[in-house]
Design a protein around this ligand. Structure first.
Ligand SMILES: O=C(O)CCC(=O)C(=O)O
Length: 250
């Protein structure tokens, strides 16, 4: 049972994260912060994105609507500084078993009507790290409802190691699981969130999300960290490179 954990209760966050591979936190960012983040994202997409390299984004099948923003930690000082704030780093340090290194800041916009789904996957198929001390902090900017494509997680799946992968054919999520797990969605943890709420998931927790056919956007802002001690795992990297080359960007 994955209930809301208060942000300042680091022990409870750690216990739930270690046990389930995913933990849900209420009001990770205040309503005022969410307004500030929304406004910076809008400004960035309007003023900066058009002149940035292609690796800064992935678009939906319509060719125009933003699906993902990538590498915000490189292209935007506001998001890099937010990601490296003491408050976040001190929480993440306990979860990655060491000094956190920021690996990425990105969005999964899941725009209304056209937002595409994300196939079943384990993030470490992309991150390729050993030991797998790496995680994603996923912050809701919009309300996440049952209708607009919430992320579903299979609790405790992070304890069974990496499953076989396959090239997914999905732009922005090139590598998925070779076999879809036989666990009904009703038995998975559904990340329903209010704006400002967050989930943190381990990089080997199996998860996925459906397309957004609703008229409400479902924007998530993601912060990715690894422990300083992790290293690239060669076998995973070879498979990832193969997938990315078949359908860039990752
Ligand atoms: O936001 C989504 O729909 C998927 C997110 C995801 O796959 C991830 O956080 O690794």
């Amino acid at each position: 049972m994955n209930r809301y954990i208060p942000k300042n209760d680091h022990d409870a966050v750690l216990n739930n994260y270690q046990r389930d591979g995913v933990v849900r936190i209420r009001e990770f960012f205040s309503p005022e912060m969410i307004v500030e983040i929304q406004s910076e994202l809008e400004r960035y997409m309007r003023d900066d994105l058009p002149s940035l390299p292609p690796d800064a984004k992935t678009v939906e099948k319509d060719g125009v609507t933003i699906r993902n923003l990538w590498r915000l930690e490189l292209y935007n000082t506001y998001f890099k500084e937010l990601a490296e704030s003491d408050e976040i780093i001190s929480l993440v340090a306990k979860l990655v078993n060491g000094k956190p290194i920021l690996a990425g800041v990105e969005t999964f916009n899941k725009p209304a009507l056209v937002g595409s789904g994300v196939p079943y996957h384990q993030d470490n198929a992309y991150f390729c790290q050993t030991p797998p001390d790496m995680l994603t902090l996923w912050v809701a900017i919009d309300p996440v409802t049952a209708q607009n494509g919430p992320v579903y997680f299979i609790e405790e799946s992070h304890k069974a190691g990496m499953r076989p992968t396959k090239i997914s054919g999905v732009t922005g999520n090139s590598i998925g699981m070779a076999e879809q797990p036989n666990i009904p969605k009703t038995d998975q943890f559904c990340g329903l969130l209010n704006p400002g709420d967050a989930t943190i998931h381990h990089c080997e927790t199996v998860h996925h999300s459906d397309p957004n056919h609703s008229s409400n956007s479902r924007l998530g802002l993601l912060f990715v960290y690894r422990g300083e001690h992790t290293r690239i795992k060669k076998e995973l990297k070879e498979k990832y490179t193969n997938a990315v080359n078949s359908i860039p960007p990752a």
